[in-house]
Design a protein around this ligand. Structure first.
Ligand code: MIG
Length: 754
C-alpha cells in the first residue's frame, strides 16, 4: 500500500518519509513518545483529546543500516522499513512492537455446508473472514502478551482475545461481557509483554475497531472507517510510566472539590419537593453521611433542559438551600437534546443563531429524546460551548452544585443520527461520523468551562459519553447497569480499565440501575462501591427503590459502616486525586499496575488496589462468606483485625455479610478524618494519621478543597515517615495554607494470624 521508502527529510523532530505511494510522518515528542501519522483524511492532526503542543526537546538520531532506517531516542528505537512497516524496540533492544507482515488468517472458520445448516436453525454465523478497514494497522502479538485499557468496555480485565468497537452507544439491554461497545470511546491500550511494555493511543474519532488477537493469536489490529492513521507509540519501562505519558498527552483530572468525594444519593423518579425533603430527612434519621442528592430528568418541566417544574417544585431555590443546611448539595441532570418548542428560549436562541447540527441540506436536524422532538447543539463549535456554558447560570443561581450530563453519545429515540448530519470541529465543517465519539466530550468541556467561569470553583461534572481526554472535564459513571451479581462482578475490571485509560474519577450505580436489588446484593455492592471515587447509589424509575433503609436493620448498618469507612478515608481519597493530577495514576487500580511482573495478577478480576496502600477483595457472588484472597509480594495487614500476612500467595479469608476483606500494605500511612455527616460539617477537622507496621513514607496534601487557589501555591504538603509503625517524623514539603488544628497519631500494632 505504501511501496518502497524512497527518501526522507527531517524538520526539527519530525521525520517525513516519502514512500512510492504515500507520505508518512514520525514525530518525536519525548524520549518515550513517538507519533505515527499518515494523513489519509486531513493534512493536520485533528486531535480533540490533546490540547496544546506536547513536543519536548529530544536528542534523537536517524541512521541508515543495511536493513532499515533507524530512529533512536534515549529510550526507544524505531526501525522503518518499506511499506511503512515499523518495529519498535526498547533501549535494551527488546522488540516491543512490530508491524505484522504475514498473511492474515482467521482462527475460526467453518465449512460452507455447516454454515448453511446453522443458519437454517436460526443461528447467526459470522463467517470469520478478515475484515479490512480503510484506516488500519496490524501488529504482532507474542504468546504471553496481555492487553489493558480501552475505557469502559465490558468483560474481563485483560482484553486479549476479544474484539471491540468504538462507537459511543446507549444500549438498553443488560450489559454483557460480549458487548463490543458501550458509552465511551477511549482508543488507548497497554500491552504488557513477557519482556517490556508499551501503550498505543490511536487518536481517531471515527467508528473504530480493535481486534486483540481474536482473529488470530499472532497479531492484533486497530482501524477505522475513515480519518487519519494517527497513533502515539508510548514505550516506558513500567505500566505507571506508560499511564503518566498517556495522560501527559491527553490531560489529567483536575482536583475535584472535596465534597464530590462524599456519598451521593440518587434515583430516577425523585420527582417532587416532598420526595427530596423526605430523602434528606431519612438520611439524617438513619445517620447515613451524604454530600449530594441528584435531580434526574423529573425536575424539569416536560424534560426541557434549563427549566424547573413549578408545579412539583414550588420553590426550587428554597429547597436547595434547605438541603444545603444539612450539607446536601444538588446535582442536576442536563441532557443535550433541546425540545423543539416555540417560545422556549433555549430552542429559539439556538435556532436563530444556527447552533444546532444540521442535515446535509442545511435544515436543523431533528430527532427525539425525552422531551419528544429535539435538536442537538453543535458542541464542537466554541461559540456553542460558551452559549451553553453561559446558560448554566440558570442552575448556579438556584444553588445547584454540580451537573450530570446524560444521553450525550448522543442517544436518540428515532433511530441513530445518520452519519452525514453536519457537525463542526472548532471551525471546520464535518459530519456526525467524525464527531459522534466526541459529542459527550465536547459537551462535558462546555459544561466544565461554563461552570468554572460562573463559579470560580472546581466544577463537578459527570458525563456518560467520553473520548480520550474527557478526564480533564468530567467524572464518569458506567451507565445503566442492572441489579445483577454479574454486574457487581463486572464493575471491578470495568473501573480498573477506565483507570488504566486515564479516567480516574469513576463509579458504577451502586445497587444497580435497572432490575431489582436484594438485601444481600445491596450489602455487597456498598462494600465495593465505597471505594469508587464517584460514590453514588442510583436506580431506574420502575425498578424497586434502593435507599439504604429499605433492606432491614442488618443491611442498613452494613451500609452505614461502609459509608462511614469512606468518610474516614476521605483524606486518603483526596490525596489520591492529587496524585492523579500529577501523574495520571487512577484511584482504583488493578493489581497489575503495581505488580506487573507477578503473573498471578495479570488476569485478576475480583481484587483491586485503592492507591498503593489498600487492597480490597470484595465478595461479588451470592451466598459467599469466605473467599480466596491473593496478596502480592510484601507484607500485608488485615484492615479490620490487624493480622499479618506474607504476600505472594493466596489465603482463604472469612467474609461474612458485613465484611469486605481489606488489606493494608506494610509501612503505610493512612490519613483519616473524624466522623462527619458531610464534608465540612466540622469546619476544620483534625487529621488522623494511622501508622501501620513496616517502614515507609507518605505525602499528604491539604488545601481548601474548593477553588483553584492551590494552583497559586495555597496548599500544604506533608512528608510523613513511618518507622515500623512506631515513630514518625512529619516534615512540610510545601507550605502555602493553614495548618491542621491538630494531628493525631494512631499506631497500629501487628497481630499474629489466628
Ligand atoms: O433513557 O434520566 O443512564 O442514569 O437515570 C434513560 C434518566 C435516561 C439514562 C441514565 C440514567 C438516568 C436515565 N437516563
Amino acid at each position: 500500500m505504501f511501496g518502497k521508502l524512497l527518501n526522507h527529510t527531517t524538520d526539527g523532530q519530525t521525520v517525513t518519509l516519502h514512500y512510492e505511494k504515500q507520505t508518512a510522518y514520525l514525530h518525536v515528542l519525548t524520549d518515550t513518545i513517538i507519533n505515527v501519522f499518515v494523513p489519509f483524511h486531513t493534512k493536520e492532526h485533528l486531535s480533540k483529546a490533546i490540547e496544546g503542543g506536547k513536543e519536548q526537546p529530544v536528542s534523537f538520531t536517524l541512521q541508515q543500516d543495511q536493513e532499515s532506517l533507524v530512529l533512536s531516542t534515549p529510550a526507544l528505537s524505531c526501525r522503518i522499513h518499506d511499506d511503512f512497516k515499523l518495529d519498535f524496540h526498547d533501549k535494551d533492544g527488546n522488540l516491543l512492537c512490530a508491524d505484522y507482515r504475514g498473511r492474515r488468517i482467521p482462527r475460526f472458520t467453518l465449512q460452507e455446508s455447516l454454515v448453511e445448516l446453522s443458519r437454517k436453525e436460526g443461528h447467526e454465523v459470522n463467517l470469520s473472514d478478515t475484515v479490512d478497514h480503510p484506516v488500519q494497522c496490524v501488529k504482532t502479538l507474542d504468546e504471553g502478551d496481555c492487553i489493558y485499557g480501552l475505557g469502559d468496555k465490558t468483560g474481563v480485565l485483560n482484553k486479549r482475545y476479544y474484539e471491540y468497537e468504538n462507537w459511543n452507544s446507549d444500549i438498553p439491554d443488560p450489559h454483557e461481557d460480549c458487548f463490543k461497545s458501550l458509552y465511551k470511546s477511549i482508543p488507548f491500550f497497554i500491552i504488557l509483554k513477557e519482556k517490556g511494555i508499551y501503550g498505543i493511543f490511536y487518536d481517531n474519532t471515527f467508528r473504530s475497531y480493535f481486534n486483540f488477537g481474536k482473529e488470530n493469536n499472532s497479531y492484533y489490529s486497530f482501524g477505522s472507517t475513515d480519518g487519519n492513521l494517527d497513533y502515539y507509540f508510548i514505550g516506558g519501562s513500567s505500566m505507571p510510566e506508560i499511564l503518566t505519558d498517556y495522560t501527559y498527552l491527553t490531560g489529567r483530572m483536575p482536583l475535584p472539590q472535596k465534597w464530590a468525594l462524599g456519598y451521593h444519593q440518587s434515583r430516577w423518579g425523585y420527582d417532587s419537593e416532598e420526595t427530596f425533603r423526605g430523602i434528606a430527612k431519612k438520611l439524617q434519621e438513619h445517620r447515613i453521611p451524604c454530600d449530594a442528592i441528584h435531580f434526574d430528568i423529573d425536575y424539569m418541566e416536560r424534560y426541557k433542559v434549563f427549566t424547573w417544574d413549578k408545579t412539583r417544585f414550588a420553590d426550587a431555590k428554597t429547597l436547595l438551600s434547605d438541603l444545603k443546611k444539612q450539607g446536601i448539595k444538588a446535582v442536576t441532570i442536563i441532557d443535550p437534546g433541546v425540545k423543539v418548542e416555540k417560545d422556549y428560549p433555549m430552542y429559539e436562541e439556538g435556532i436563530s443563531n444556527g447552533y444546532f447540527v444540521k442535515t446535509p441540506q442545511g435544515d436543523t436536524y431533528v430527532n427525539a429524546v425525552w422531551p419528544g422532538d429535539a435538536v442537538f447543539p453543535d458542541f464542537g463549535r466554541p461559540e456553542v460551548r460558551s452559549w451553553w456554558g453561559e446558560h448554566l447560570r440558570f442552575y448556579t443561581e438556584l444553588g445547584v452544585s454540580g451537573v450530570w450530563n446524560d444521553m450525550n453519545e448522543p442517544a436518540s429515540f428515532n433511530g441513530p443520527l445518520p452519519d452525514d448530519v453536519v457537525f463542526t470541529d472548532e471551525d471546520r465543517t464535518t459530519t456526525h461520523a467524525e464527531m459522534h465519539n466526541v459529542y459527550g466530550h465536547n459537551m462535558a468541556k462546555a459544561t466544565y468551562e461554563g461552570w468554572k467561569n460562573l463559579t470560580g470553583k472546581r466544577p463537578f461534572v459527570i458525563t456518560r459519553a467520553c473520548y480520550s481526554g474527557s478526564q480533564k472535564y468530567a467524572t464518569a459513571w458506567t451507565g445503566d447497569n442492572q441489579s445483577l451479581w454479574t454486574h457487581l462482578r463486572m464493575a471491578i475490571p470495568q473501573q480498573c480499565n477506565l483507570g488504566l485509560s486515564g479516567m480516574p474519577f469513576i463509579g458504577t450505580d451502586i445497587g444497580g440501575f435497572g432490575a431489582d436489588t436484594t438485601p444481600e446484593l445491596m450489602a455487597r455492592w456498598i462494600q465495593t462501591g465505597c471505594f469508587s471515587p464517584l460514590f453514588r447509589n442510583h436506580c431506574a424509575i420502575g425498578s424497586m427503590n434502593q435507599e439504604p433503609w429499605l433492606f432491614g436493620e442488618e443491611v442498613l448498618s452494613i451500609y452505614r459502616k461502609y459509608v462511614e469507612l469512606r468518610y474516614s478515608l476521605l483524606p486518603y481519597f483526596y490525596d489520591l486525586c492529587r496524585v492523579c493530577e500529577q501523574t495520571g495514576l487512577p484511584v482504583i487500580r488493578p493489581l497489575v499496575l503495581h505488580y506487573e511482573n507477578d503473573r498471578n495478577v495479570r488476569n485478576m478480576n475480583d481484587e483491586f488496589l485503592i492507591g498503593e496502600s489498600l487492597l480490597a477483595a470484595p465478595v461479588v457472588d451470592q451466598g459467599v462468606t469466605r473467599r480466596l484472597v491473593y496478596l502480592p509480594e510484601g507484607v500485608w495487614y488485615d484492615y479490620w483485625t490487624h493480622e499479618e500476612y506474607q504476600g505472594g500467595q493466596y489465603y482463604p479469608v472469612d467474609a461474612p455479610l458485613d465484611v469486605c476483606p481489606l488489606f493494608v500494605k506494610a509501612g503505610s500511612v493512612l490519613p483519616k478524618a473524624p466522623a462527619q455527616m458531610y464534608v465540612g460539617q466540622i469546619p476544620d477537622p483534625e487529621l488522623i494519621l494511622e501508622l501501620w507496621p513496616g517502614t515507609g513514607s507518605y505525602v499528604h496534601y491539604r488545601d481548601n478543597g474548593e477553588d483553584f487557589s492551590y494552583r497559586d501555591g495555597a496548599y500544604n504538603e506533608y512528608l510523613i515517615e513511618n518507622r515500623d509503625g512506631q515513630e514518625a517524623g512529619i516534615r512540610k514539603l510545601h507550605e502555602g495554607y493553614t495548618d491542621y488544628p491538630d494531628i493525631k497519631m494512631v499506631y497500629i500494632s501487628r497481630k499474629k494470624r489466628a
